[in-house]
Design a protein around this ligand. Structure first.
Ligand code: XIL
Length: 672
């Protein structure tokens, strides 16, 4: 019984490898962005804040068409029953991980993870080679527009909006570029517009006369070809849009002195709390908008501190020390310009060192209480936690409190396999070693998702998508299946209205991609537990209906599906727990297991820690009262490292102190 139809776009013209045709994507109602979209912390100045920047979604990681919804068609035959996968090709379509991707041992003074094997990736993958446009791409001229046409629009009577006089542009580093965007519509009215891939440091301003302007003064590091998109929005039908790509070529002027020398900077490292006698590391990055590498001065290094150059990044220096008494340490850091020493940038870092007694939590550990009831109780681990100042206390507490750990970002495609043949295994290798040392189960997140994809995958030919996906699954499982028994195989394939989301994978395989992904996962890891994971599917509504229909369709097709992961990124005033309980029961009735995979409970204005504590307890009860609920996993455990840290959604605060939510979980785990 499909309560909600999975629908195919009416027309998809396959996208050739080198974007040379107009792509028509037919869209229906107003697009919704996912809950994860709206609350992403956003882009952090990449060259400065290495503390948090590496994990974030940047605008160009978005799948261009992910806000479309898919109309028309019937659901019944979309997922063929008992599909038999063709063997993976030999040689493979995409290059396999080679020796030069194998991690190497990390230096002792560069990590807080001294208790177990710590490795690092051997290679450097600079951001600019991820998106390597050439002069030939620039000279090929403007790309054809990509038109999105809603199902109820007839292009014969309503022509799409367009821009007047759009062309690729050239500029010298140090000069100001100004590009005017003047949208028009032959049917009358004034089209709206919005930009995509705005270069870092550029602005896009409204001229208040129907036009907008891109203004940018690129500097030396910007030399090369950049791509920028601008979308015109039909005045009458907002989802009727045409997206134009222009390329900007930045060259060095013959007289370099025409480029202004801007002052250097040091990255901002936020305050951290650490434990006395634990190793502390600080990854300090200097930067200069002109692309030179400033000198770093640490004006007051702690006693016994060592400085180690970063193995790949010249701009990073790793400070290591072991504080032997409770204190507040303020490190004063200075970057000095390599050309003009009178230009400097300053920053200070505060490290609070507390005695071990300040980290003692009352009562029994959550892990001990959960294990006694056979419940997996866990958190998602911060990628590269061992490079954070407080990595030692972070892992100590995680080991004491949890019996399962998820990978927050380290297995995501863009991080793991940023270029064909290049793999970054070290973060997950280290996590697996940590989990073994702490006797924790590892939950693999996530094999197939529409976000956090590398450019080479987003640009790939539609006909290659199936093999790209299957080879990725096979390689990840080939390396980790022995150590990781539980996998989110497909993540977030549904829109808010319960239809299937358009995505890189959907474009390539239609609805079948979900079935194909599970079958590949089963083939590559026959003993693993394989689940479908999504948000906003636990409470009643079209998305939950769509999820139930999808699960039934997969079961009918014989897809090797073992359970459903409920993300549960909630706010503290959420009051539909009865619906969560009912949805859990529907999943149990389908003979599937239930996993709470990414729970966090944000506190918005006017909401309280007491409400948060109460809701954590109610969700835990929903799991404990449901025999098919196998895991209760939060998306992190300390507010220090939550993806929604502005909303303090976890049960230890950012100084690793107990919140009411910790105590309510502890109390509930101790009850029947
Ligand atoms: C989030 C991470 O927590 C962030 O660090 C990252 O910047 C974006 O992704 N649903 C998911 C997770 O399945 O992968 C997302 O994780 C949160 C929403």
């Amino acid at each position: 019984m499909a309560m909600n139809a999975y629908r195919l776009p009416r027309v998809i013209v396959p996208r050739p490898a080198v974007l040379s045709a107009i792509i028509m994507i037919t869209v229906a109602a107003v697009g919704c962005s996912s809950s994860s979209d709206t609350t992403d912390p956003g882009t952090i100045a990449q060259n400065i804040d290495i503390e948090d920047g590496s994990d974030e979604l940047t605008p160009d990681q978005e799948v261009p068409s992910n806000d479309t919804q898919l109309p028309g068609g019937s659901t019944d035959t979309l997922i063929p029953a008992n599909l038999v996968l063709s063997p993976l090709p030999s040689p493979p379509l995409t290059p396999a991980p080679a020796e030069d991707s194998e991690p190497v041992r990390a230096e002792r003074n560069t990590t807080t993870a001294e208790a177990y094997f710590a490795v690092r990736d051997p290679q450097i993958i600079p951001a600019d080679i991820l998106d390597d446009l050439t002069d030939a791409d620039f000279e090929a001229g403007p790309l054809p527009a990509v038109i999105s046409t809603p199902a109820d629009v007839d292009p014969a009577t309503n022509t799409p909006p367009f821009f007047v006089d759009l062309d690729n542009v050239e500029v010298f580093a140090g000069q100001q570029l100004s590009v005017l965007f003047d949208p028009e519509d032959a049917d009358g009215g004034l089209p709206g517009m919005f930009p995509g891939n705005l270069p870092i440091g550029a602005s896009f301003d409204d001229n208040r006369n129907g036009t907008k302007s891109l203004t940018w003064r690129p500097l030396e590091p910007d030399v090369g070809i950049h791509e920028f998109t601008v979308t015109a929005v039909d005045p009458a039908v907002p989802l009727y849009r045409s997206t134009h790509t222009i390329r900007i070529k930045v060259s060095l002027p013959s007289d370099l002195s025409t480029i202004v020398n801007l002052p250097p900077s040091v990255n901002n490292i936020r305050p951290h709390t650490v434990q006395v006698d634990d190793p502390v590391v600080a990854y300090i990055k200097v930067g200069d908008p002109n692309g030179t590498i400033p000198t770093l001065n640490i004006l007051n290094p702690p006693p016994g501190a060592t400085l180690t150059p970063h193995p790949h990044e010249e701009a990073i220096t790793i400070l290591h020390f072991v504080p032997d008494a409770p204190q507040i340490i303020t490190l004063d850091l200075q970057a000095v310009d390599s050309v003009d020493p009178s230009l400097t940038g300053e920053q200070s870092v505060t490290i609070e060192v507390l005695p071990s007694s300040d980290f003692i939590r009352p009562g029994a550990r959550l892990r001990q209480l959960a294990s006694a009831r056979d419940l997996l109780f866990g958190y998602a681990v911060l990628q590269s936690y061992y490079e954070r100042p407080d990595g030692a206390i972070y892992t100590q507490i995680a080991g004491e409190e949890f019996n399962i750990v998820s990978t927050e970002n380290s297995l995501k495609f863009d991080f793991l396999n940023p270029m064909p043949g290049k793999f970054r295994w070290a973060a997950t290798d280290n996590l697996v070693q940590l989990a073994k040392a702490q006797r924790q189960t590892v939950h693999g997140h996530t094999l197939v998702w529409h976000r956090q994809l590398p450019p080479w995958v987003k640009r790939s030919a539609l006909a290659d998508r199936e093999l790209i996906m299957r080879e990725f699954i096979d390689r990840v499982l080939g390396r980790y299946a022995a150590d990781v028994p539980l996998w989110d195989v497909v993540n977030e394939s549904l829109e808010e209205d319960g239809t299937l989301r358009n995505s890189v994978w959907f474009e390539g395989m239609g609805a079948s991609y979900i079935d194909i992904a599970f079958r590949q996962a089963r083939e590559s890891a026959p003993d693993a537990t394989l689940i479908y994971n999504d948000y906003d599917i636990a409470f009643a509504g079209p998305k939950s209906d769509g999820m139930l229909a999808l699960m039934q369709q997969l079961k009918d097709a014989g897809t090797p599906l073992d359970g459903v992961g409920f993300q549960l990124h909630l706010f503290a005033d959420f009051d539909d727990v009865d619906e969560v309980i009912a949805t859990f029961q529907r999943i149990a009735d389908m003979d599937l297991d239930i996993y709470i995979t990414e729970l966090d409970i944000s506190i918005a204005d006017g909401q309280t820690e007491a409400q948060q504590a109460d809701l954590y307890e109610q969700i835990l009860s929903a799991c404990l009262d449901q025999p098919r609920c196998k895991a209760f996993q939060a998306w992190g455990y300390t507010d220090m490292y939550s993806w929604r840290s502005n909303f303090n959604p976890l049960f230890l605060d950012d100084r690793y102190q107990v919140k009411p939510a910790y105590l309510s979980l502890q109390k509930r785990l101790g009850e029947n």
